[in-house]
Design a binder for this molecule. Structure first.
Ligand code: USQ
Length: 382
């Protein structure tokens, strides 16, 4: 298939590009380095430096990978969007090109506006690009489990049938996001659903939980092919942060009571889920929704697992319950369904101690780059 990846430089975009190229697909990867620029502007360094997207495509090909074509530009700019969509007649468009951080979106008005404008404009441009240049293409949109929030009832896979006053109809499952970032993802879903109804687009919306991990089948051959690895409060997801904190002898930053429960997955499973969705596309006029995670953990459980894994590499990991900078439920019911991707053939990589130990060992090699001041900045959400 000819595949367009929007946001091809990111933590998920770059591993996806390599994985799909390796599986024989023709890949064009687009990015404007928004994520790198935002981090630089906030004085945040990643754990290790990485070459830019164009360089990484070159290194990938030099080390035996099948070609990935990079395109650098801003997808909010329609002239650039036209150029991108004219690069090939695409069978699928994978849309990751968003400001991806919940804490960043809560920083201040400017960060909020960037999140709203970027995420909604790029999603709209993606929809208009597909409609104009490849109306049969399958759009795979990275959504988030955070769209549902933490309701006190079971979370369905995207849709719910409601019986009301003796009549019944099917609706998008109620969404009540906990951050502005997550709210823009709710709005993305609404935009996509609207244009699925208007223009018969074919769309898969992947409601993904927090991802962890570094290694994939494609990046072990060369350090420069690794994904971005963030450990700071704004861009690091919780498991990657805890691993780094363990290495830096910084007590694991459990927010509040630590009962916050989410559905987690290994980076390698993101790649599987996207590829499985791609290879069995949604129908025309269908908004298909999958809940994309493999197992649920509370923050306390994650901290305990990292502490245990730390023992194996000689680390005495401490855990600290900090006053929660976020406004979220710290003890709650959480039972989201997630059978759709398993039915498509997903073979989960469950969180193992071996995997955590491998991450700890990798991060240890870069321990000299960890800046402890960047771990916790206490940005209040409310
Ligand atoms: N947490 C801590 N300590 C920390 C960091 C986080 O206790 O040092 C807690 C948070 O309060 C939260 C949970 O861990 O309850 C997960 O936080 P996270 O930062 O790993 O994930 P989140 O901010 O929700 O966002 C991440 C990705 C986002 C994606 C989302 C999926 O950055 O792009 O959409 O995971 S989900 O959480 O299911 O909405």
């Amino acid at each position: 298939m000819k595949i367009l990846i929007l946001g091809g430089d990111g933590y998920l975009g770059w591993p996806t590009a390599m994985n799909l190229a390796q599986h024989g697909h023709e890949v064009v990867a687009v990015d404007n380095y928004l994520r790198r620029d935002m981090a630089r502007n906030e004085d945040i360094e990643p754990l290790y430096d990485l070459p830019n997207l164009t360089e990484r495509c070159r290194i990938w090909e030099e080390t035996g990978g099948k070609p990935i074509t990079p395109m650098i530009g801003n997808l909010r700019d329609w002239t650039f969007v036209e150029k991108v969509f004219q690069a090939a007649s695409f069978d699928a468009v994978i849309h990751y090109a968003e400001q991806p951080s919940a804490p960043y979106s809560m920083l201040n008005r400017q960060a909020a506006m960037l999140t709203i404008s970027n995420n909604l404009e790029v999603t709209a441009n993606c929809i208009f690009g597909v409609r104009e240049f490849c109306p049969d293409a399958h759009v795979i949109k990275l959504g988030t489990m955070g769209e549902y929030g933490t309701p006190d009832i079971d979370i369905e896979e995207g849709w719910i049938t409601i019986d009301h006053n003796g009549r019944s109809d099917k609706f998008l499952y109620p969404r009540q996001a906990g951050s502005l970032y997550h709210t823009t993802k709710v709005m993305d879903t609404d935009l996509l659903w609207y244009y699925v109804r208007m223009w018969d687009l074919r769309v898969t919306d992947l409601m993904q939980g927090p991802v962890y991990g570094i290694f994939t089948d494609e990046n072990r051959r060369d350090e420069r092919l690794l994904p971005h690895f963030a450990y700071d409060e704004l861009f690091g997801t919780v498991v990657n942060r805890f691993i780094t904190q363990a290495v830096a002898s910084y007590p694991l930053t459990v927010y509040g009571k630590g009962g916050q429960t989410r559905g987690y997955l290994d980076l390698r499973d993101t790649l599987q889920c996207v590829r499985l969705s791609l290879e069995s596309p949604a129908d025309k006029g269908e908004l298909r929704i999958f809940n994309q995670f493999v197992e649920t953990f509370s923050v306390n459980e994650l901290a305990d697992r990292v502490q245990q894994a730390g023992k194996r590499v000689g680390l005495d990991v401490k855990i600290e319950n900090l006053e929660n900078p976020r406004k979220e439920k710290e003890e709650h019911y959480y039972n989201p369904k997630h059978t759709g991707l398993l039915e498509l053939g997903l073979k989960p990589h469950y969180m193992s101690e071996d995997m955590l130990v491998e991450m700890l060992e990798k991060v240890k090699k870069h321990a000299g780059n960890i800046d402890k001041h960047k771990i916790f900045r206490n940005t209040k959400w409310a």
